[in-house]
Design a protein around this ligand. Structure first.
Ligand code: CU
Length: 483
C-alpha cells in the first residue's frame, strides 16, 4: 500500500535536478587497474539491479550482481550529488529475488530509506525521490532486503553516494584523477573463479569472511598515481571484516573525514580501524616518490576480539577465509608520473557543533547478544512489523550500545548521523576517526559505546542494526519510529 502511495506521490515529481552518475569503467581496464571515476552521466535516472558477467581484473570474469544504468560492471555505479540536489531514481529489480536499496548515511524520508518491508519483486520498479540534505561526505548505498542483504552486497550490490558542498569546495582537496574512491570487499573464490558464498555453522555466528580483497569490484587492485597528494575515500563494504588501514611505507596519512563528512580538524594517523559499513576520507601523500615506486594500502594484523578465529585451525570442513585480524593487502598504488608540486597549506575545516550530554531528552540502552545461533538486540530478533522503540520527533537521545557477545558488532543507525560520546570497557577510548558525524560505530566485546543524535529530519519507521551482514540477516536489527 505504502509503495503505491509513494509512486502516486512522485508521479508528477519535478525532473531530476542535478544527479550525475559515474560508472566504474571496468571494461576499459585490461589488468587489475582499479576502476576509477570516469564518464559523467548527468542524464541517468534509472538504476537496475541485475546479474551478469563482468571483468574482475587481470582478464578474469565472474558473475556479479550489480546496480547500474544497465551496463554490466563489477561494482555498483557511483552517484555524485551536491547538498540541495533532489535525487530521483527509478530502481528496477532485474534479479530473480526481491531487493531494495538503502542509502547508507543519508537523511531520507521513510519511503526512500530502503526498509526491507519495501523490497520489490523481480521485474518491478521502485521510485526514490529525496532531497540531499546531508553535508559533503562519503556515503554509500547497498541492497537491504530481509535475510538476503549479506549475499546481495557480497555479490556486488554496493556503490558510492558522494555528496559535495561549498564548504568542501573551499578546501581545494585533491580531485579528478587524484580523488580515489575505494569500496573494499573480501570474498572467497570457487575453483572455477566465481564468488563463493555460503556461511557454514560457525560463520552464522562470526559472519562470513573472505580471503581475497576486491577494490571497486576489482581483485587485488592496482592503480596508477602521480607523485602528489591524493584523496582516498574508503568504504568498508564487507560482510564482517574489520580493516586496520595503513600504508606499506608506514608513512602517516591525514585523516580528514569519516562517515558523515569532514572531521572538525584533520589529524595525522598511522592507521585507522574501519568496521563494516564505516568510511574514512584520507589524504595520502606520494610526493617525492620516483616513477615505479609502489605503495600498498594494507590492513595490518591485529588481535581479533573473541570470535571463532581459533576454530579455523581445527579443520572439520571449515570453509576458509582469512581470519578476522589477519594481515591483508588491499590496493596497490604505482607512481607513474612525477610532478613537482608543493601541497598547499591545509585550510580551516568547517566546524562541527558538539551535541552535549545535557541536551539529551533521554537515554536508551541496547544490548547486542550473539549466542546459540541467535543474534538479538535486548533479547529480541527482528520482526518486520514490530515497532521496537518510538522516538519523539525533534528530540535528542543518547543511545548506549552494549556488546554482551564475543563478536564485534558494527552498529548502524538509519536516518540520523550521531556523535560518539564515550567508549567504556574493551578499547576504552574514542578514536580519532570517531570525532565527526557518524552513522556506524564499532562495538567490540565487552564495550559500551554511547552515541548522541537528534531526530529532527523526518518522521517514520527506520532501522538500527548490526552491520555484520550475517548478524543483520539473522535478526540483529530493530525498528524505531520517529513520531
Ligand atoms: Cu553483529
Amino acid at each position: 500500500m505504502r509503495r503505491r502511495e509513494f509512486l502516486q506521490l512522485t508521479a508528477a515529481a519535478a525532473p531530476l535536478a542535478a544527479l550525475t552518475t559515474i560508472r566504474g569503467d571496468s571494461t576499459a581496464a585490461p589488468t587489475a587497474e582499479l576502476s576509477r571515476a570516469t564518464a559523467s552521466r548527468p542524464d541517468q535516472q534509472r538504476l537496475v539491479a541485475m546479474i551478469g558477467r563482468a571483468e574482475i581484473g587481470q582478464g578474469q570474469h565472474a558473475e556479479v550482481w550489480t546496480v547500474s544504468d544497465g551496463a554490466i560492471q563489477p561494482i555498483a555505479s557511483t552517484i555524485r550529488t551536491r547538498t540541495g540536489d533532489t535525487v530521483e531514481i527509478e530502481f528496477e529489480n532485474a534479479l530473480t529475488e526481491p531487493t531494495i536499496l538503502h542509502w547508507h548515511g543519508l537523511h531520507v524520508p521513510e519511503a526512500a530509506d530502503g526498509h526491507p518491508r519495501l523490497a520489490i519483486d523481480p521485474g518491478t520498479t521502485y521510485r526514490y525521490r529525496f532531497p540531499v540534505s546531508n553535508r559533503a561526505g562519503t556515503y554509500w548505498y547497498h541492497a537491504h532486503p530481509h535475510r538476503r542483504t549479506a549475499e546481495q552486497v557480497y555479490r556486488g550490490m554496493a556503490g558510492l553516494f558522494l555528496v559535495a558542498d561549498a564548504d568542501e569546495d573551499a578546501l581545494g582537496l585533491p580531485a579528478g584523477e587524484r580523488e580515489i574512491p575505494l569500496i573494499l570487499q573480501d570474498r572467497r573464490m570457487t575453483a572455477e573463479g566465481e564468488f563463493a558464498f555460503g556461511p557454514v555453522m560457525h560463520e552464522r555466528m562470526e559472519g562470513f569472511l573472505g580471503d581475497t580483497t576486491f577494490g571497486n569490484g576489482i581483485r587485488q587492485p592496482v592503480m596508477n598515481v602521480d607523485s602528489a597528494l591524493h584523496r582516498l575515500r574508503v568504504v568498508n563494504a564487507t560482510g564482517a571484516r574489520i580493516y586496520r588501514v595503513a600504508l606499506s611505507t608506514e608513512a602517516p596519512m591525514t585523516l580528514i573525514g569519516g562517515d558523515g563528512g569532514l572531521l572538525p580538524t584533520p589529524v595525522s594517523v598511522d592507521h585507522v580501524d574501519l568496521g563494516t559499513g564505516e568510511r574514512v576520507d584520507l589524504l595520502v601523500d606520494f610526493s617525492g616518490l620516483s616513477v615505479g615506486s609502489r605503495v600498498m594500502l594494507r590492513s595490518l594484523p591485529f588481535e581479533a576480539p573473541g570470535g571463532m578465529g581459533r576454530m579455523r585451525g581445527m579443520g572439520g570442513g571449515m570453509a576458509g577465509g582469512a581470519a578476522q585480524g589477519a594481515a591483508l593487502d588491499l590496493a596497490e598504488f604505482v607512481v607513474t608520473r612525477e610532478v613537482q608540486e608543493r601541497p598547499s597549506a591545509m585550510k580551516r575545516f568547517p566546524a562541527i557543533r558538539p551535541l552535549e550530554r545535557a541536551e539529551a531528552d533521554r537515554g536508551r540502552e541496547f544490548r547486542f547478544m550473539s549466542a546459540m545461533m541467535r543474534h538479538t538486540i535486548n533479547g529480541r530478533a527482528f520482526e518486520m512489523d514490530r515497532t521496537d522503540i518510538e522516538v519523539p520527533f525533534g528530540s535528542t537521545e543518547i543511545w548506549r550500545f552494549v556488546n554482551d557477545s564475543e563478536f564485534p558488532h558494527p552498529v548502524h543507525v538509519h536516518e540520523v548521523q550521531f556523535q560518539v560520546l564515550t567508549r567504556q570497557g574493551g578499547r576504552n577510548q574514542r578514536f580519532p576517526w570517531e570525532a565527526g558525524w557518524k552513522d556506524t560505530v564499532l562495538v567490540f566485546p565487552g564495550e559500551a559505546v554511547e552515541v548522541i543524535a537528534r531526530f529532527d529530519r523526518h518522521r517514520g519507521r527506520y532501522l538500527m542494526h548490526c552491520h555484520n551482514l550475517v548478524h543483520e540477516d539473522l535478526g540483529m536489527m530493530a525498528n524505531f519510529s520517529i513520531v
